[in-house]
Write a protein that binds this ligand. Structure first.
Ligand SMILES: Nc1nc2c(ncn2[C@@H]2O[C@H](COP(=O)(O)OP(=O)(O)OP(=O)(O)O)[C@@H](O)[C@H]2O)c(=O)[nH]1
Ligand SMILES: [Mg+2]
Length: 263
């Protein structure tokens, strides 16, 4: 087994410089216009990394395009899923494959240029130096930024992060972002079962689970840009769901504590 499933520890150094042992998991749904460029930029930033595209049978042919890229470059792999099952499920599938493939660190990012491939070495830095087990590319830490967003979307995003931070008692400023670097052993220690797979909730819950398992979480500043081309999938329903699930997570935690006390 390439991953030990044990708790994170400082003894697991990774080589961040070129991305040796790093797998980047890139979920795609209708990203044909973005994929070739972003794949190229990712592997330019981390030439020794593996890039795993997880495509949900995109109607625009992103999956075929990914196969073409993979046939030209041995660092690129493609996981095809039969249909759109949401971002969270795509990530979990990709994480499993990366860990089974022996990844010592796993990066998750969007394919729409919101997450700058130029920040990849920065994201791996704290893992490499043994300072953290989960690094979050953060819009809301000192030096972090969001470009192109109007006031309402800013307020929703920042408010959502703040809400989750207070309700869950976590010390992370950007809980809803999806640009993260995981130490492989830390990711392997996070239970995937029963996780809420909806976009925002998924990001919050993964960080919550890692933190509960003892992972050291740190944030590095990023500049987040709105997607370059393609359709946004933001909706009121997703936001409402996220708020409710955060409250549920908190209640679950209280219930767990009570149960443990009774034992
Ligand atoms: N495999 C897979 N990828 C998805 C799915 N939904 C979204 N993605 C990808 O996940 C990444 C983030 O999704 P986005 O649609 O950009 O979501 P967002 O950033 O919250 O919203 P916008 O950027 O405003 O559209 C992108 O690379 C998408 O192509 C899905 O159901 N399956
Ligand atoms: Mg996006």
């Amino acid at each position: 087994m390439p991953h030990d499933g044990g708790l994170p520890g400082p003894g697991h150094a990774v080589d961040a410089g070129t991305g040796t042992g790093t797998w980047i998991v890139l979920p795609t749904y209708n990203e044909a216009e973005n994929l070739p460029g972003i794949a190229h930029a990712i592997l330019q930033a981390l030439p020794a990394a593996m890039l795993l595209v997880v495509d949900d049978n995109s109607p625009d042919g992103t999956g075929l395009l990914a196969d073409g890229l993979a046939s030209l470059d041995g660092r690129i792999r493609v996981r095809h899923r039969p249909g759109k099952q949401g971002l969270g499920r795509a990530y979990l599938d990709g994480f499993r494959e990366a860990l089974d493939g022996g990844a010592t660190s796993v990066i998750q990012m969007d394919a729409d240029w919101s997450h700058d491939p130029g920040s990849l070495p920065l994201l791996l830095g704290p893992l490499d130096r043994g300072e953290a087990d989960l690094v979050i590319g953060s819009r809301y830490t000192k030096g972090g930024r969001v470009e192109d967003w109007g006031l309402s979307r800013r307020l929703i995003s920042q408010g959502g992060s703040l809400f989750a931070r207070v309700v869950l008692g976590l010390r992370v400023r950007d809980l809803t972002g999806g640009f993260k670097a995981w130490r492989g052993s830390t990711l392997a220690a996070v239970p995937f079962d029963g996780i809420h797979a909806g976009g925002y909730v998924f990001q919050i819950e993964m960080t919550e689970r890692a933190s509960r398992a003892g992972a050291r979480v740190s944030e590095v500043p990023i500049t987040f840009r709105d997607r370059r081309v393609g359709q946004s999938k933001m909706s009121r329903r997703i936001i409402a769901e996220a708020l409710l699930v955060v409250i549920r997570l908190r209640l679950d935690r209280v219930a767990r504590r009570r149960r443990d006390r009774r034992r």
